[in-house]
Design a protein around this ligand. Structure first.
Ligand code: C2E
Ligand code: SIN
Ligand code: SIN
Ligand code: SIN
Ligand code: FE
Length: 353
């Protein structure tokens, strides 16, 4: 009957009548429970309970102070599921029994003591407390694992993301700062239009992957010092679809799904003349409309193999001029209010980071 119960369960019996103590003690020892502490002095018992770990208390209610009710009150802050209390009451004393249960006792045993009943109730309470403790341990273990996984995920994300950066860095002087800033400015813009924080965080991680498809484009085109021929331009534009194919995954995560959506659509234009699908207005996913502005604002301010860097005024004017043609005018409006903040991402004094 006690097969599932740990024989080392710490059981405390408090009863001012020594014969009751001995009876309960020997009854529990008879079924194999070994770790039993008894108190006929209720004050000592209470002290012990308050300063030791235990699994179950059998508590007489009717004792010189502190009586069982007072002890229940003092124990009340403890978790009754993990540390149950069985009160011992006279058979005909319904009122006190109810009061004891109200004060948090888990169960009761009637006097005169019926041993089979005692054993059943003790077993039930110990099973309950064991299960509660196991559940707590499992939860703690789960929490620890989730924490560990979160840390692992964050560091694998960083590792993957910097590998991808290296893979996509096709210029010797490219430190990858451009794409980091695009993550940060995209998150800022997303936040400023009131998107929820988790989405903004995801944008911060997904946006830097927007140009990953460039790893599929030949260096001869990517690093060409001059303007592209129409045919080269067409090949170059494939980077959007290539990025999408790289990031798209049937078992994708919210991060890769968002990154794939961005990679595909970040060169679409509000007026419908962009690539690869010629989407128009809000047909373009919000994520891509955001990254598009952030990408271009950062790209035009960088020197490229084929062009000089633009200064701040010209860059800002370009962005605002393109509201409604290249870019979502609503987003440009908000983005303009963030110009200073976004420029500070380059470095505190506004110079190239
Ligand atoms: P990117 O250099 O990262 O530029 C991203 C986007 O920023 C460009 O997308 C474009 O919308 C904008 N952008 C960058 N520089 C300029 C500029 O000088 N003027 C204007 N008006 N917009 C600019 P886009 O045009 O679809 O180009 C995609 C990628 O193709 C560029 O990425 C770059 O890697 C390459 N690319 C584009 N044009 C040329 C070119 O004339 N020569 C070479 N070698 N590469 C080019
Ligand atoms: C990179 O992908 O690392 C840089 C992209 C860019 O400079 O346009
Ligand atoms: C939004 O504020 O959620 C959408 C913004 C937009 O569609 O441009
Ligand atoms: C998106 O999930 O990026 C689309 C939301 C929108 O376009 O408002
Ligand atoms: Fe691009």
């Amino acid at each position: 009957m006690f097969a599932k119960i740990n024989a080392e369960s710490r059981i405390v019996i408090i009863d001012d009548v020594p014969t009751n103590l001995r009876l309960l003690d020997s009854c529990l020892r008879a079924v194999g429970l070994r770790n039993i502490t008894t108190f006929s002095d209720s004050a000592q018992g209470l002290d012990w309970l308050l300063s030791n770990a235990w699994d179950l208390v059998l508590l007489d209610l009717d004792m010189p102070a502190p009586d069982g009710f007072e002890i229940l009150d003092r124990l009340n802050k403890r978790d009754r599921t993990e540390s149950p209390v069985i009160i011992v009451t006279a058979l005909n004393d319904q009122q006190n029994r109810r009061k004891g249960l109200e004060k948090g006792a888990n169960d009761f045993i009637s006097k005169p003591i019926d041993l089979p009943e005692v054993l059943l109730r003790v077993r039930n309470c110990l099973e309950l407390s064991q299960a509660a403790k196991q559940l707590r341990d499992v939860n703690a273990e789960l929490e620890r694992k989730v924490e560990l996984r979160t840390v692992q995920l964050a560091s694998s994300y960083k590792a993957i993301s910097s590998s991808l950066n290296r893979a996509a860095s096709y210029r010797d002087d490219d430190t990858g700062q451009h794409i980091v800033r695009i993550g940060e400015s995209s998150a800022l813009l997303a936040k400023a239009i009131g998107m929820p924080s988790p989405w903004c965080e995801l944008m911060k991680m997904a946006a830097p992957l927007h140009d990953i498809g460039k790893i599929g484009i030949a260096d001869a085109i990517l690093q060409k010092p001059g303007a592209l021929t129409p045919q080269e331009r067409q090949i170059m534009q494939e980077h959007a679809r290539i990025g999408y194919e790289i990031l798209r995954d049937p078992h994708g995560s919210p991060l890769t799904d968002l990154a794939a959506e961005i990679a595909l659509a970040h060169h679409e234009r509000w007026d419908g003349t962009g690539y690869p699908n010629g989407l128009q207005g809000t047909q373009i996913p919000l994520s891509a409309r955001i990254v598009s502005i952030c990408d271009v604002y950062d790209a035009i301010r960088m020197p490229r193999a084929y062009k000089q860097a633009w200064d701040v005024e010209r860059s800002r004017r370009f962005i605002t001029d393109q509201a409604g043609t290249q870019f979502d005018p609503f987003l440009v409006d908000i983005f303009s209010s963030l110009f200073d903040e976004i420029d500070r991402l380059r470095s505190p004094d506004g110079s190239e980071a």
